[in-house]
Design a protein around this ligand. Sequence first.
Ligand code: TRP
Length: 354
Amino acid sequence: MSDTFRAAQARSAAVEQQMAENPGSLRMLTGDRPTGALHIGHYFASVKNRVKLQRSGAEIWQLIADYQVITDREIAGDIAGSVTNLLIDNIAAGLDPERATIFTHSAVPALNQLMLPFLSLVSVAELQRNPTVKEEARTAGITSLGGLLLTYPVHQAADILFCKANVVPVGRDQLPHIEQTRVIARRFNERYGVVFPEPDALLSPATLILGTDGTKMSKSKGNVVELRMSADETAKKVKGAKTDSDRLITWDPDNRPEVANLLLLISLCEGVAPEQVAEEIGDGGGGALKARLVDALNTELAPLRARRAELASDPAYLAGVLARGNERANELAEQTLAEVRSAMGMDYRTLPSN
Ligand code: TRP
């Protein structure tokens, strides 16, 4: 385990403490790229923490990161359909549009403009080292890195800092971007005076959930259970999951990663330790393991799926939620950009005599 990961974990634990003691001091921002609908990886790594933060009384900013869809693909596909899915998934999971601001990049010019000063604070070498950028390029089969993928972490810093968020619920794979955001905030503050907080990641106990084939979850690999799937579709996906030939189910993440992944998912749904789940299944084999996971997932997701169906039938309501969110995001982004300009000496309302 790396030192940066350990440090991020310690700061995440401190955020949990703050959530209990002084939630009013927390402002959350996190985002999803509209490349489809949310899956259980998003759900356990981030969505549950969004809802938990909202419940605690923290301020909630939820980004639909539409400009970042084209970081690793040439065209955005059915982007309006995916934006709708993200709106529905987040609200169905428990984000309350009366309390949470849900918005898109493309509607908030001042957020995007923060990219310019931020780009001046990073080096190309630093960006080329970012492990998450490298991994995304590899997954997408990209051999020649595009400018937008290279600068993705800088854009993400603008996402987080435009609203001065201090907490970002994400999966472990996003830590390099949060680290880069902290560095950008620190360098800006050192150079121009303090404007930005250094945000902390809020990590979930599910550090890394794998897809049903035992590799990193990715919609393009077809190895994910989407929140919007029916109970039958969920059963079909889980039954096709990879396990191994040993009938005795044991909790052994190092040697049996696929079995451990299914146990971890059951544990997350049921709130029972994975070791205990393994013991209960015993020599029931992969069949019993999967049957239990199907039940656990379908039970966990049933209320969300019911709300989802209601929301999906009301596109006018969803459009209204997004319009209001975009309006609020613009207000705050313009305010922050004005502060940034002023810190940089670019406030020209009064000019020096010449
Ligand atoms: N990069 C994130 C992902 O791929 C999505 C994202 C965009 C995000 N902007 C963000 C996450 C800001 C946290 C904060 O899942």
